[in-house]
Ligand binder design. Sequence first.
Ligand code: MG
Length: 377
Amino acid sequence: MNRRNFLKTTALGLAFAASPISLSATDTATKPTSRSGRLNLSFQPYELKLRHAFNLARNQRTSTPGVQVQIEYDGVVGYGEASMPPYLGESVESVCKFLSSLDLGQFTDPFRIEDIHAYMESVAPNNRAAKASVDIALHDLTGKIMGQPWYKIWGLNPDNAPCTSYTISYDANPAEMKAKIEETAPYRVIKVKMGVGHDKETVEALRKVRPDVPICVDANQGWANKKHALEMCKWLADRNCMFVEQPMPKEMISETAWLRERSPLPLIADEFLQRLPDVRRAYEAYDGINIKLMKSTGMHEAYQMATLARALGMKVMLGCMTETSCAVTAAAQLSPLVNWADLDGNLLIANDRFKGIEIVDGKVIIPDTPGIGVTLL
Ligand code: MG
């Protein structure tokens, strides 16, 4: 952990936190310090520093906001996290406001995860990343109390965890583009961001260097014309791509269903869906879903979404935001259930607070550590 940055953001967080996390926070899973018998929630903003600046059309982004969460119960600490990409509508302020409004002290049993979710829904709708941060911390806490990681509690085989994809996007500077492609070398699946122009150039540049690597494509709602979308799906299928994520704007449901009837590649819903009831809606127009903890309100509902999608015969992908190893490792607990994983969010940041998920030869390795599988750095 970068201690200086942590102290700085913690000082900022004191303005928000109803019960700020101790500056000398340590993992007390094996060192009980109190016997309160109640859930104690604390949180703080934590600015994630990006390893490489994101070049946007009008500016450059070097950091992304987040909120770190702890729930303590009888001296055991569970860790959670909210990360807030702007398109989902949450912010540090909204997450801290929601968490400040919670009274988790009324709960004396951390295993009542379903009840605590019902309580959070009664406090306010939406706020999905804020709810996810509490859900992840509860899973970490209860897993530690049981002494097992969640993939074992769910009865999953970690050998079935898929390879993770590594994401690249177009860069107009040929040297930068070359460097981006070279960075993909350790990964066995590459995800290409599309829908902002230069779509074919990125795939062609990648195919020259890595002719056989499986490529998945994320159009991020970028193809608003269904005939153009179909043409792109056929072009990508000819270049041995695997699937297309969110090809058309999420509102264009009948056009997406039209595309699915004709596309040689499976279509995966991302922006289209958030939570469990959306899986049934996605079934009408897509072949699969992309589950992210910050959309699903955490691990509890994400597990239900994966189970329902599989029962419907749909493909399941597991994604993440730019976040620390906390939320990425929590998501990884579900990875043996899914067809494809896109769990590279922690690799993008320079000030991770946790050790957790590892990628070995491109494959997701889930730590055999109780809870969500993380330890504080
Ligand atoms: Mg996506």
